[in-house]
Design a protein around this ligand. Sequence first.
Ligand code: C2E
Ligand code: CA
Ligand code: CA
Length: 885
Amino acid sequence: MRGDAPSLPARAASWRAVALVWVGIGLTAAGLAGFGAYTTLTGRERALATAGATAQNLARVLENHTQRSVDAVELLLRLVAASGEHREAALPGPDRFDPVLAEVLRERGYVAATSVLCAETGRRVFGHGPPRQIAGDLDLDAFRAHRKAGASVRVGKPFFDADTGHWSAAVSRVYPRSASKGAPLLAVAHVDLSQLQRFYASIDVGRGGSIVLWRADGLLLTRAPYNGAHIGRVYPGAALFKELARAPNGLYRAASATDGTRRIVAYRQLPGTDLVTVAALSEEDSLTAWAAEMRSTLAILALVLLALVAFGALVAREMRRRAEAEARATQKSALLEATLETMDQGLLMVDQETTVQVCNRRAQELLELPAELLARRPSFDEVIRYQFARDEFAKQDTSFRDWVESGGFEQTHHVYERERPNGTVLEVRTVPFAGGGAVRTYTDITARKRAEKRISHIARHDALTDLPNRVFFRERLEQALAGMRRRGDGVALLCLDLDHFKGVNDTLGHPIGDALLKAVAQRIRAELREEDTVARLGGDEFAILQNGTGQPAAGAALAHRLVASLGQPYLLEGHPINVGASIGIAVVTEAAGDADTLLRNADLALYRAKEDGRGTYRFFEPAMDAAVQARRSLELDLREALVRGEFVLHYQPFVDLLRGEVVGFEALVRWNHPTRGLISPAEFVPVAEETRLIVPLGDWILRQACQDAVGWPDGIRVAVNISAAQFRGEGLGAGVLSALAQAGLAPERLELEITETVLMQNTEASLKALHRLRGAGVRIAMDDFGTGYSSLSYLRSFPFDKIKIDRSFVRELTHNAECRAIVRAITSLGQSLSISTIAEGVETREQLDAVRAEGCTEVQGYLFSPPVPIEEARRLAPRRRARAA
Ligand code: C2E
Ligand code: CA
Ligand code: CA
C-alpha cells in the first residue's frame, strides 16, 4: 500500500458517515427553523391581537368620554330648547336668555354660542352668544341635516375659528313638542372641539397610532395627533365605513385612508348618534416589541444553528477520520492477508505459547504441511513432530536435528539454509518478537543455489573439456601441498603437452582440434584414480596432480601409462590422427616446494622431454633450472652480439656424388661469445627466433654469405638457412635480391634452405616470396626432411630444387629397414620430379655407401668436413677433390 491515501471503498464509507451527520444536523436545523417560524408567526399574531385588544379598550374609553361629552352637550341643548320654549311665549331677544343657563354656559366654556330654531321653518327663536356666530351657517347646516336624519344629536361640519384658533362644530338636536304647543324646536350649540382634541391628544397611542372622531357619513371631526388639513373633510371611501356598514363596533386592520400607514383599528359608534370613535394603533409600532424579541430569538437561533453547523463539521470530520481509519485498517488487513497468501515466501508465525498462529499457503507448500494439521492451530512442537515423522531433516546432520528437536525457535535473529528430502533448498530466516513468539520465513533458493553452483563451476572449470582450470588446479595443488606436510607423503605434478597438436589444428581445423582435446581429456581421466586431479591449463597443456606415497615411482608409472595411452591413434570425424604427449614431472616428498616452484619445475621437465624427442617423460632435475637461467642470460647477450659483430659464419661443404667434387658450402652461423667462446646455433638460433632477432641476424648472414661466395670459383654454390620467422616480414624476397646484387653474386649460386614450418605458416605469402626468388634463379631446398610431419604434400606444394634428408635418417639408415624404405621413397620421388636429394650428417663410409645405394645425389657430413671458417673453406673449395672421388 502506498502512502495513507484511503482507497475508494474507504472514502465511500467515510462519506456515508459524514452524510449521516449532516442529515442529522439538517433535520435539527429544519426543526429549529420551523420552531422559529412558528414562534415568529404566532408571536406576531399574539402581538397584533394584544394591540387589537388595546385598541378596542381605547375605543371604548373614547366612546365613554365622547358619550359623556355628547350627553353634557345634549343636556345643554335640552336646557336651551326648554329655555327657548319658554321664551317663545315671552319676548324674544338675547338679553332675555335665561340667566342661569347663561351662567352654566359660561362656566362650561366650550359652548361659544347657542340658538334655538323652529325645526320646520328654520326660524330663529332666539340666540345666545356672539352675534357673528349665532347668525352663521352652522345653524342652517344643522337645520338641513336634521331634515334628513331625524331626532338624534347631530354634529355639523367643523369650522375653524380664526379668532380663537380652535375648531368648532355645531351640535344640534330636534326637540319635539306636543302639537298644542307648536312645531318642534331645533337646539344648536357651537361647541369648541379643542377640549375633545386635547383629551384625545393626551392618550398615548404610540408611534403611528391615531384617535379619530368620525361622523358616520365619513366626515372627520377631530383627530389626534392633530392635523388641521384633515379636519372637516369627508372620506367616505375609508375602510372604516365598509366595516361600519357591517357592525357598529369592530376591529380591523387596514392601510390608512389619510396617511397610508397600516393600522389596527378599533371603532365604536356612539349609540343613538352618528358619531364613531376610532382608536388606531400602528401595526409597526405594535410589533416593535415583538420584532425586537423576534430579532433576538432569530439571533439566538442563528447562533444555535451556527454552533450546530460547527459541531456538525467537527463531528463529520472526526467521523470521516474514524471511518477512513477504519476502512484503511480493514483494507490493510485485507491487503496483508492477500499478500500473505500470494507472496513467494513461506511465512510461519508463532505466539508466546509457540502456537502456530499464521502459516501461509506458500509455507504449507514449501514444507508440505497438511491443511488439517494447521487447521487445528497446532503448537510448533506438533509441527516438528510431524516433520520428524516424515523424515523431513534426513539431509541434515545430527547436530541440526538435535537443535530442531530441542525447540528450533531461538530468541535470536538467525538464518540458515536447509535441503529438503526432495532436493529443494530453503533459506529459513527467523525474527523473534520482543514479547515472545517469532516469525519465520521460508524462501525457496534452489534455483539460486543451482545457479551459484553453476557459476562457481564455470569459474573453476575449462569450458571445452569441463576439466578443472588453472585457478581450480592451483587451489587443489596448494591443498595437496598443505595436506602433504600434514600426512608426510608425496605429491607428483605432471605437466603434459601434446606433440604436434598445432599441426592438427592448422590442417584439420579447430572443430577437430577441439574434439581431439576432449578425447585426450577422456583418456587422461581414464588413467587416473579418484583422488587425482587433472586440469587443462590452456591450449594443449594439461596438468595432473597425483597424491600419495610411492613417489617418484608412482609418478613415473602414471606418466608411462599416459604416454602410451595418448600415443594411440584417434579417429575423429573420419580422420585418423596421431599425436603423442610429452610429460614433465616434478615431485615433492619433503616439506620443501611451493606451488609456483613445482609448476615451473614440471614445465622445465616437460621442455626437456620435448627436446629429447617428444613422446616421452622427464623428471625435473636441478640442472634444468640452471639451463633456463643460462638461456635467459643468453637472450640478453644476444641483443648486444649483433651490434658488437660477434657472429661469424662457418662453411660446410657438400659433395656431388656423381661428379665426386665439392659443389657448394652451407653457411652455418656461430656466435663468438666474449666469455663463453663459440656458441652453437642450436643453442641461440631458437632464442633469436623467439625474440625476432633472427630477422636482422638472418639479413646479416645472407649478405655475409653472398659476399663470401663471390670469392669462390664459378659454379661453387652457397647454401643459406632461412628461418620460418624470417618469412613473416614482407621484405625477404627483396632482402635476398638486394644481398645478391650488393655482393654481385649470380642468383643461381645461392641456395636457400627452408623447413616445412615455412610452408605451414602463412603459406600464401611465403609461397609468393619463394616463387619470386625461384623465378629470379635462386635455388630453394627443403631442409631437415623426415623430421616433423615429413608430409610429401609439402614437397608437391612448391617446386623445390633440392631435398635435404635429415641426418636422423642417415643415422638409422644402416640398421633400420623402414628408414631405408623411406629414404628410397624420397630419392625416387626426387628423381621423378628432377629434384636433387642430399643426405646430411654422413659420418661414416657405411652411411655414405648406404645413401649412395638409395639414390641420393649429394652428401654432406663430417665424413667430408665439419663446418670450417671461411679461410679454410676457401682452401677446400676449388682445388681439393672430394674424398669420394
Ligand atoms: P642444419 O641446417 O641441419 O645444419 C647442419 C647441422 O649439422 C650443423 O650444425 C652441422 O655442424 C651439423 N653437421 C654437419 N655434418 C654433421 C655430421 O656428420 N654429423 C653430425 N652429428 N652433425 C653434422 P650446426 O652448425 O650446429 O647448426 C645447427 C642448426 O642451426 C642447423 O641445422 C640450422 O638449423 C641452424 N643454423 C645454423 N646456421 C644457421 C644460419 O645461418 N641461419 C639459420 N637460420 N639457421 C642456422
Ligand atoms: Ca641446413
Ligand atoms: Ca639440416
